[in-house]
Design a protein around this ligand. Structure first.
Ligand code: PBG
Length: 307
């Protein structure tokens, strides 16, 4: 009877699993704070993607760790960059697996910030050109969706314009529209080697205290041409997800970030909570709040449980 009257159902088709691609071959390097997630070389990533596809998971989100970093984030928009090569390799073997790419510079800059540094701060407008070039190179490699996570103002318009000019009118933009300056990204910065070397991201990411501003950020991204929007993190921001669902009729994604994942894994490893139940409850709550798409490091175990 509970099954009959249940209001919210999870489906692996709505999950996206983030992956961290590194240079080299045969590499599977565990990320200490996010067991059993690992950095993987392209060949190992492709094998992983086979399993992801067979589990019915909606897609993957690729993050790249380049061979080298510089002030200009060159690796972010290089056609031979790590993400571009990974997309081509995955698409060659698994043409039907949905591949989303994270468009940002923080993994590629020597200082770890998401854009060009001018006078000690990120220069918003100068960074837009890098983002546009990166999105076009991802599309050229075969990405199905590009997802800018940098939080520069005007990036969706810049990316849309560049994609259209490059012949990629059909490639949608999933905008990290309401992305908060969150302490919950801690483990990710180890996984992606992207911690800022000075200062923090509060000049471009949002203040966790601001819900109205989040709606404004989403509205602006939609005006600029975003096809899908994202709220991030997810669990601590269910009110933002709920309000975005009420206001906007586009596909809504929520990113259950590294810290949300690591907290559950750590508590479960200590025997303090039940892993499966906590995992499913956290995901169900994000869906109940209104998210259509959930980016989650739990995608595989949750899909197995649902299957
Ligand atoms: C890049 C980016 C971050 C995350 C996704 N894209 C880190 C950050 O903004 O510092 C975080 C994801 C996670 O914590 O799982 N800008």
């Amino acid at each position: 009877m509970r099954r009959l009257v249940r209001e919210t159902r999870l489906d692996p088709a709505n999950f996206i699993l983030p992956l961290f691609v590194v240079p080299g071959e045969g590499i599977h390097r565990p990320i200490g704070s996010m067991p059993p997630q690992a950095q993987m070389s392209i060949d190992v990533t492709v094998q992983e993607c086979r399993e992801i596809e067979s589990l019915g998971i909606g897609g993957v989100m690729l993050f790249g760790l380049p061979e080298s970093k510089d002030e200009q984030a060159s690796g972010a928009y290089d056609d031979q960059g790590i993400v571009q090569r990974a997309v081509r390799a995955i698409k060659r073997e698994l043409p039907n697996l949905l591949v989303v790419t994270d468009v940002c510079n923080c993994e590629y800059t020597s200082h770890g910030h998401c854009g060009l540094i001018v006078d000690g701060d990120v220069d918003n407008d100068a960074t837009l050109a890098w983002l546009a070039k990166a999105a076009v190179s991802h599309a050229r490699a075969g990405a199905d969706i590009v997802a800018p996570s940098d939080m520069m103002d005007g990036r969706v318009d810049a990316i849309r314009t560049a994609l259209d000019a490059g012949g990629f009118q059909k490639i949608p933009i999933l905008s990290y529209a309401a992305k908060f300056a969150s302490a919950f990204y801690g483990p990710f910065r180890e996984a992606a080697d992207s911690a800022p070397q000075f200062g923090d991201r509060r000049s471009y990411q949002m203040d966790p205290a601001n819900a109205r501003e989040a709606m404004r950020e989403i509205e602006l991204d939609l005006e600029e041409g975003a096809d899908m929007i994202m709220v991030k993190p997810a669990g601590p921001y269910l009110d933002i997800i709920h309000e975005a669902r009420q206001r906007f009729d586009v596909p809504l994604a929520a990113y259950q970030v590294s810290g949300e994942y690591s907290m559950i894994m750590a508590a479960a490893a200590n025997g303090w909570i039940d892993l499966e139940r906590t995992m499913m409850e956290s995901l169900t709550s994000i869906k109940r709040a209104g998210a259509d798409i959930i980016l989650t490091y739990f995608a595989k175990p949750a899909a197995k449980l649902l299957g």
